[in-house]
Structure formats: structure tokens, C-alpha cells
Design a protein around this ligand. Structure first.
Ligand code: ADP
Ligand code: MG
Length: 694
């Protein structure tokens, strides 16, 4: 039986509605379900005593309810305190609750709950725990029924819950009893674990499995899958590059007066590095084959301007440009920059995002189709099929590691008439060490902006335990009193935007209490786009002093007057991500600081990582260190924020596989070319209607 042809709807419990949601995760066949792998695991096999809880851990714990009250501070919430036999207390907080839950959580009930522990105002707390009431006479510290193995946590989408995802994978796994997954790697791959066994282990780790090895990804089952994924990925990337380089692209030969005017209109001069990279791009554009160039440059190195110069050259030659960013906030940022540079030169910038009003969208699309819009800025909405360019000559993709290869590819398809393929410029501030870049970006030529604009002050970075939080709040107040602006970044390990949003809202309430004078904005992923935009705009205009945000502000936000950033729970984030966040300050002429708040009881590795951030502002060095230090446990939770391209492989972790990956890729290309397409489609998805044919 061929799993690729069995539709998900054949699985028990999967109706048309579920199928629709699954499709959003690019899951349409049984094989897709099997290759939709857990992001991480939860340990619900043992109950941790309240006295042993540590902030940041996701745990199963239990206790009896000693108080339960509704609070109306700022926003209605329910606080329920539970206590265990040792007298240790834990607070359970709910922002959404119903009558039935109130009833269940009455004083005296014994509760077993699961969730992420964090530091609350008075004691440790779990916000929105999953909970169940334990009947009298049952030992609450006994493991949950049926939870004898680690619980997988899957990437999900709005309206599709973990529990449903577990049921769906259960159903798919039961098919494996009768069917088998085709081994697509040649026999010479000699893997230690069969594909089937690897899938079963990863989806439903049995209690005997070495938990740490699995969590850290060194387990042979994970390695088996990672290896195949890396092979598939490299094959796909190679294919893309070969195909593209065979095609013709617009020849952009003229020196371009728009570009000259743009540069002349700037209040500063280009750095040497910017000039060099612009030259490299100019060179590519003259060749008549599609440019595939990646510009790496640290935060604040001025990549946007390099993109604008490239855009100017292309526009001058009569072609259109699409500029795409991974988040709306970042796209808006580009819209503002591009508008401020190009509108004085008489060029209007088009704007396209997911949630535009019908009329606005129609107008935007029409203007793009007619070629009135010469430069269109937007989010992934620019990928959609209904976007038709008159003659697209260049696509600029910012922070491209967040987009998959296929997404990058589909933008190239929106080419110009007459079979010409647009040039592509991608930009990233998250440098990837050279060895890794060979695989991650094998389809791209690289340019590096290794120089910051003059006059930038180095950012002072300090790490401070959360116990000294009040001191920091005072420091925030002082900075605001001096007319500066401040970011406060809340992070949570949970992939749910709701919890992230809650954390940010709580912090907002807390900060307002202590800093009643401060004008405060809030930005998080659950807010409506227009609300977000409004909040960002206010902060940019300095109508607010303090921006409380989740990591949605990570990339690109540019407010030169902001000179202090506080980042909570730094132990949760990767070094490069922290470096990105830190780069939100130090954009003006003021001395800027970054305060890293951490929970007490940091591991040595976490301390080393923080040390590196304090010692250097060099993003490339930080990336190298990140690579050296990452691994063991701390990789946990980074997959979701890291490279969007891999389901299971982790370039840093699996670095040692890369030479074999290269060898295997070459062997398949030469000796088993018929396996190329099935491997690519297994790991990178079937053609997705949403993104057009690939
Ligand atoms: P990033 O590389 O992080 O995307 P940006 O392109 O956002 O950096 O640039 C950061 C800031 O530096 C912007 O305000 C931009 O206008 C400014 N900038 C860019 N190039 C220069 C330069 N050569 N001299 C001075 N400021 C510059
Ligand atoms: Mg940028």
C-alpha cells in the first residue's frame, strides 16, 4: 500500500473540517501525518512535588485547593492556590474560565495539573494549566492513567489541538502495522534503524527509550530521520539552483539614475561594506541569468538600504520589485523605509499583507498587475496566486531563514513575461557559520556586510537575576524620565501565542503599577494587525515610552530613540535570537543597554551563553559560539524558533552528518535519480495549492 496516496480523510476521526486544518500544515496524505514530527516532548509520567518546582519547566504536579478567588485587577482572572502535603503552595491562574471550572476548583478539591511553571507575584504559578480533579482516595501523585511514555507535542495550527493531533497520529501509526513506509534511501545508506521503527520511536517513545537522547536528538531514531531529511533538503536545494541557473533573467545593465538619486538623497554616506555588496549585486544583475544572492549582515548593518539600491537599479531598467518580510511588523517597517526613500523620487510603494480589506486588496493587486506599482512591499501575501506582476524583475526576501525553500522558490515563479525569471536577493541577520551555510544555503551566493555605520555606540549588556527585577523597573523609569524609550520583551517557551500574549499582558499590568507616569504600548502575536500597527506606530512616534512585547519584535524594528531593552527569561532563547533582540537598541547615537533577566539557578552552559553576549556584539562570532555551545537540553524548544526549513534535522546538532549527507546526495543524483522526487516530496511537502505549483 502506498502511503502517499492514502488521503488523511481515510483516518478515523478525520472529517472534511479536520482535513482542511491539516492542509494548513501541509498534511494531505497518510505519509504526511507520519512525517509531521513532534517538536518536543512533555514528561507526564511523574508528578513533581510543588516544593521541587523550578520556573521554566513544564511539569505535572498536584495539590489540594486551599483558596480560589476571582480577581478584578486590570482584567478579570481566577487565582487558585493549591498546596501539597509538605505545605508548599502553587498558584494556578486562569484568564478564561467558566462556571463548571469554578465549581471543580472549589476549596478542598485535589487537583493534578500540567503546565509551565513561572515566577508569579507571590509564589510560583502556572497560567492556564491543564488540570483534572482527582477523586477522593486516589493518590494524586500516581502517574496519569495511560501516560507511561513521553507525550509528544506537535506543531499545530489554530483550531487543531494537541489532543486531536495525537489521535490523528495514533490512527496513522496503527496503519503502519499493516502497511510499510517505503525506504527511499539506497541500501548503501546502511542506517542503524529502519525508517518504520524510527517513526514509531519518535512519535510514541516507549518508556524504555533513553529520554535525554531523544530530547537532544542524538537518539539513532532521530538521527535516522534527520539524515534523510538533510539528504532530501540538499537534493531539493540543488535541483532548485540547477533549474534556476538554466533560465534567463532580465539584464539590468544601466547604471540607473534612480539608484544614484537615492544614494545622493541620504543624510549619510554608504559604508564601504554596503558599497562593496551593492557592486556585487550590480554585477549579478548584468549577467542575464537569475541572481541568487544572500546578504548576511549583523543587525543594524544597513541591509535594507542595500536592498533599496538593488530595487532602484531594477526599477530603473523598467521592471518591478517585490520586497517580502516574514512578519507584518517587519514588512511595515520596510514599507516605511522604502516609502521615505522612494516617494521623494516620485515612486509610490505598493503594500500587500494577509488581512487587507477587500477593496484595498483589489486596488493593490490591480496596481501591481498593471505595473503602476513599481515596488511592492509585503508579507507572504506576496506569494499568493492571485498576485500577478506585470514584469517582476527582482524579489527581495528579508530574514529568509524563516521561509522554506519552497516558498522562496514560488516567488521566483511570479516571473516576467517571455520566460524571464526574476532575480532574487535574500537578507539575513542570523549568520550561519560557513560549513553549515553550504547545506542551508547551497543554492545561494553569499555577500557579507561586515561593517556597521559609523557612530554606533556598542551596546552594554548586563545579566541580572529576576530577584532584582524592581531595580530594573526603576531603571526603566529613569530612562523614560530622561526622554528615552524602552523595550520590555517577554518570552515563554510555549509555542502558544495565547500564553505568550498573557505573559506580556501581565507584565504590562505590573509595569503600569510601578510606573504610573510611563506611556505604555503592548504588542503581541494575538493582537489584531491594526492594533499592532497602531501600537508600533505610537512607539515610533514617541507617543509612548515603553513597549512591552513578545518576541514578535525580534526582527527589524527600528526606533533609534530606544536605548534600553529588557529581555526576560533569557535562558529560553538562542544566542542569535537574543542578539537580534538586543539589536533593537543602539540604533541611535545614545549609549544603549541591554538587560538580560534570568531566573536563578542557571546552568553553567546558560551562564556561558550569557557571558558571550556580554563580551561581544559581533553577530558572526555569536553564531559560531552558539554552534559550539548548543546541544544538551538547551536545544529543546529552539527548533520552533530556529530554521523554519527542517522538521527534525538541526544543522548545528547534526553538523557531523553533513559530509555523509553530501556524499549520499551525490550518489542519489548519479545512481538513483528516480528517488529524487519522492524524497523531496516526502520531506518538503507535495505541491501546495496555496503557494502555487512548484
Ligand atoms: P539591518 O541590517 O539590521 O536591516 P537597517 O537596514 O534596518 O539594518 O539599518 C539600521 C539603521 O541604520 C537604519 O536606521 C538605517 O537608515 C541606518 N543606516 C543604514 N546605512 C547607514 C549608513 N551607511 N550610515 C548611517 N546610517 C545607516
Ligand atoms: Mg533588517
Amino acid at each position: 500500500m502506498d502511503l502517499t496516496t492514502i488521503a488523511v480523510t481515510r483516518l478515523k476521526g478525520v472529517g472534511p473540517k479536520q482535513a482542511e486544518k491539516l492542509k494548513r500544515l501541509k498534511i494531505t496524505s497518510l505519509q504526511d501525518v507520519l512525517f509531521h514530527l513532534p517538536l518536543r516532548y512533555q514528561d507526564r509520567t511523574r508528578v513533581v512535588a510543588i516544593g521541587n518546582l523550578v520556573p521554566g519547566l513544564e511539569v505535572l504536579t498536584a495539590g489540594a485547593v486551599v483558596s480560589c478567588e476571582q480577581l478584578f485587577r486590570g482584567r478579570r482572572s481566577l487565582q487558585c492556590i493549591i498546596e501539597d502535603r509538605d505545605g508548599s503552595q502553587l498558584s494556578l491562574r486562569f484568564f478564561h474560565f467558566n462556571q463548571k471550572q469554578l465549581q471543580m476548583l472549589r476549596v478542598g478539591s485535589v487537583v493534578r495539573c500540567f503546565g509551565e511553571v513561572r515566577r508569579g507575584p507571590r509564589q510560583l504559578e502556572i497560567v492556564h494549566p491543564e488540570f483534572q480533579i482527582i477523586p477522593r482516595g486516589v493518590d494524586p501523585t500516581a502517574a496519569q492513567v495511560g501516560e507511561t511514555s513521553l507525550t509528544p507535542v506537535y506543531p499545530v495550527t489554530e483550531g487543531l489541538h494537541q489532543l486531536s493531533m495525537r489521535k490523528i497520529t495514533d490512527a496513522a501509526l496503527s496503519h503502519l502495522q499493516t502497511a510499510t513506509v517505503e525506504e527511499l534511501l539506497p541500501e548503501s545508506a546502511q542506517t542503524a534503524v529502519s525508517l518504520k521503527q524510527a517513526l514509531i520511536t519518535v512519535h510514541r517513545p516507549d518508556p524504555a527509550v533513553e529520554v535525554d537522547a531523544l530530547l537532544e536528538g542524538h537518539h539513532p531514531a532521530v538521527q535516522r530521520l534527520a539524515f534523510e531529511e538533510l539528504v532530501a533538503h540538499r537534493l531539493s536545494v540543488q535541483q532548485i539552483r540547477t533549474d534556476i541557473k538554466k533560465q534567463a533573467a532580465p539584464v539590468i545593465a544601466s547604471e540607473g539614475s534612480v539608484c544614484e538619486q537615492l544614494i545622493a538623497s541620504l543624510p549619510f554616506s554608504l559604508t564601504g561594506a554596503q558599497q562593496r555588496v551593492i557592486e556585487e549585486i550590480k554585477q549579478d544583475l548584468t549577467l542575464g541569468i537569475p541572481m541568487l544572492r544572500l546578504v548576511q549582515g549583523d543587525v543594524g548593518s544597513g541591509k535594507t538600504l542595500v536592498a533599496a539600491a538593488a530595487a532602484a537599479l531594477v526599477v530603473d531598467a523598467g521592471y518591478q520589485v517585490a520586497v517580502m518580510a516574514p512578519t507584518e511588523i517587519l514588512a511595515e517597517q520596510h514599507l516605511l523605509s522604502f516609502s521615505s526613500w522612494f516617494e521623494p523620487l516620485g515612486l509610490k510603494i505598493g503594500w500587500l499583507k494577509g488581512k487587507l480589506g477587500a477593496k484595498q486588496k483589489r486596488d493593490a493587486l490591480e496596481s501591481i498587475a498593471l505595473g503602476q506599482t513599481r515596488i511592492a512591499v509585503g508579507t507572504h501575501a506576496l506569494f499568493q496566486q492571485d498576485v500577478v506582476f506585470q514584469n517582476l524583475g527582482l524579489t527581495v526576501v528579508d530574514e529568509q531563514h524563516r521561509f522554506g525553500v519552497h516558498q522562496r522558490l514560488s516567488l521566483r515563479e511570479k516571473g516576467v513575461e517571455g520566460g524571464l525569471v526574476p532575480h532574487q536577493l535574500t537578507m539575513t541577520a542570523t549568520p550561519i557559520p560557513r560549513t553549515l551555510a553550504m547545506t542551508a544555503y547551497a543554492d545561494l551566493d553569499c555577500s557579507i556586510i561586515d561593517e556597521l555605520p559609523p557612530g554606533r555606540q556598542a551596546i552594554t549588556t548586563v545579566a541580572i537575576p529576576n530577584t532584582r527585577r524592581l531595580e530594573i523597573v526603576e531603571r526603566v523609569g529613569a530612562a523614560i524620565a530622561e526622554g528615552r524609550q524602552v523595550y520590555w520583551v517577554c518570552t515563554l517557551i510555549d509555542e502558544s501565542e495565547t500564553l505568550q500574549a498573557n505573559a506580556a499582558e501581565d507584565t504590562l499590568i505590573e509595569l503600569k503599577e510601578f510606573l504610573p507616569e510611563a506611556r505604555v504600548s503592548l504588542v503581541h502575536g494575538r493582537m489584531h494587525a491594526t492594533q499592532k500597527e497602531h501600537a508600533m506606530q505610537q512607539f515610533k512616534e514617541h507617543s509612548t515610552d515603553l513597549l512591552v512585547a513578545t518576541t514578535v519584535i525580534e526582527v527589524g524594528v527600528d526606533v533609534p530613540n530606544a536605548s534600553l531593552i529588557i529581555i526576560e527569561n533569557v535562558e529560553r532563547l538562542g544566542l542569535s535570537q537574543l542578539h537580534q533582540l538586543r539589536g533593537r537598541v543602539g540604533r541611535g547615537s545614545q549609549q544603549s543597554s541591554c538587560v538580560l533577566l534570568y531566573e536563578k539557578g542557571l546552568s553553567q552552559r546558560a551562564r556561558d551563553r550569557i557571558g558571550i553576549l556580554r563580551e561581544t556584539n559581533d553577530g558572526f562570532l555569536i553564531a559560531e559560539k552558539d554552534l559550539e555551545l548548543r546541544g544538551a537540553g538547551e536545544v529543546l524548544g529552539t527548533r520552533q524558533t530556529g530554521s523554519a526549513q527542517f522538521k527534525i534535522a538541526d544543522l548545528m546538532r547534526d553538523k557531523k552528518l553533513l559530509p555523509q549527507v553530501k556524499q549520499m546526495t551525490d550518489e542519489i543524483t548519479v545512481r538513483h535519480p528516480q528517488q529524487v522526487v519522492p524524497l523531496i516530496s516526502r520531506w518538503l511537502g507535495e505541491e501546495s495549492p496555496e503557494y502555487g505549483n512548484v
